[in-house]
Write a protein that binds this ligand. Structure first.
Ligand code: ASP
Length: 420
């Protein structure tokens, strides 16, 4: 008898992490372990990740075109679109508020001894330099204008998911409005592209136990746990906030707005959560999320395709929360007093940043650099948290993806009740 896939993925994850920690403890810096990682687990994990990412562009395109076309008319599109936006803004606000409240109450960045601060800061400036020399993120109005791509192929090639989504949305609108035979055939062809991509995803995901194991082994076997200890209070606050949001806010949303038992929900989305954790990328998890929504949650595909593809880039509750906590933590660390007004500004920016941050590993980092500059906290502070960012990235991505699936449940439920 074969175990179900999500159990095998969990076993793969457990093995990968367990063996990785063991290898780190027993072999440490040995060349044999380095070689095994370099020529074994690292390429294996990368291939798995790239197979997932390979399918993202065709999927975003096909899922959104079909999602919009499936909604049938502009009124339903407007209604579902507005609901998705309203839900995203509300739940992101709650996420950032939870984070900001915890940082204010627990004050993880305050009251450190001079010695600890110096140890934490050593090397931070160099680590941050690599990022801050990157091109500055776009300003608000530029960001808005550039959501409309001047060249959809370029947008897809450079990973500009918001622009690609906009293009797909417009094609979907076009399909709705064009009542010709040829347009119907085009829609069918897009459906074909979607079906083929989903079939391939099945294949890729059936390799997930090995892929996920390899990714996690590579990470844990090279673990720098010292920095984790130094930043323990900060890491603790981020994790606590993420946990609260994941298990309290989503449970309430799914139960009262989605009419589903939270237990059943979390059980159904398990494989999406593990994939999010091991890839640290909402985009790479989109294929798994789509599959989970259709097969386990049994959501109507026109809703799940629309909400999940948009959500993979735009509904990032974990990212919004993390960005808020990090900015406030660094302000405390550097003794920069952020009054209520500045904190409200951080709140607002983080809600928007949750929409604008790319769903890729480390997508938050350039956004945080920009916010730090805006509220007057030294940007070098970023170097401080980079050492623990990968781990926190994995955790916040779980929240991002769970949040998309929760949103899909809520919106599908409200549509089923008559669209109000
Ligand atoms: N890695 C996150 C995601 O893909 C984005 C981030 O860095 O916060 O959802």
């Amino acid at each position: 008898m074969r175990l179900p896939l999500h159990v095998r993925i969990l076993i793969g994850a457990g093995f990968g992490m367990g063996l990785g920690v063991l290898a780190f403890l027993v072999l440490g810096d040995s060349p044999a372990l380095a070689g095994f990682i370099r020529y074994g687990t690292q390429p294996l994990g990368q291939v798995f990740l790239r197979l997932l990412l390979m399918l993202v562009v065709p999927l975003i395109f096909a899922a959104l075109v079909l999602g919009v076309a499936g909604l049938g008319d502009m009124r339903s599109l407007g209604r579902v679109g507005l609901k998705t936006l309203a839900y995203t803004v509300c739940v992101s606000s709650i996420a950032v508020l939870i984070g900001l409240t915890l940082v204010n109450v627990l004050r993880p960045g305050a009251g450190l001894s001079e010695e600890t601060r110096a140890r934490m800061l050593s090397g931070a400036a160099e680590r941050a330099a690599a990022i801050t020399s990157a091109p500055a993120p776009k300003s608000g109005i530029e960001l808005l204008v550039q959501i409309v791509p001047d060249n959809p192929v370029k947008a897809a090639a450079s990973g500009d998911m918001l622009a690609l989504m906009f293009f797909a949305l417009m094609i979907g609108v076009g399909v709705c409005l064009t009542r010709t035979e040829a347009a119907r055939r085009f829609e069918e062809a897009v459906q074909g592209l979607y079906d083929v991509s989903m079939r391939l995803i099945h294949l890729v995901i059936s390799m997930a136990p090995i892929g996920v194991g390899a990714l996690l082994f590579t990470l844990t076997a090279q673990l720098g746990h010292e920095i984790l200890v130094q930043l323990a209070r900060y890491v603790g606050v981020v994790l606590l906030a993420l946990l609260l949001h994941q298990f309290v806010v989503y449970s309430l949303a799914v139960r009262y707005l989605g009419g589903m038992s939270p237990l059943a929900f979390f059980k159904a989305i398990e494989s999406a959560m593990v994939t999010a954790f091991s890839t640290a990328s909402s985009n790479a998890t989109l294929p798994t999320a789509l599959q989970v929504a259709e097969e386990n949650l049994k959501l109507p595909s026109r809703i799940s395709r629309f909400v999940l593809t948009i959500g993979a880039t735009a509904n990032q509750n974990g990212t919004a929360l993390f960005e808020g906590v990090t900015v406030l933590f660094l302000a405390q660390f550097y003794g920069v007093e952020l009054g209520l007004e500045k904190q409200a500004l951080v709140l607002l920016i983080c809600i928007l940043a949750g929409i604008g941050t790319a769903g890729v590993p480390g997508g938050s980092i350039p956004v945080i650099a920009a916010i730090l500059g805006l509220v007057g906290v030294p940007v070098e502070g970023l170097g401080l948290i980079l050492g623990v960012d990968r781990f926190l990235d994995m955790c916040r991505t779980v929240l991002n993806v769970s949040g998309d699936l929760a949103a899909a449940v809520v919106i599908a439920h409200s549509e089923a009740r008559g669209g109000r």
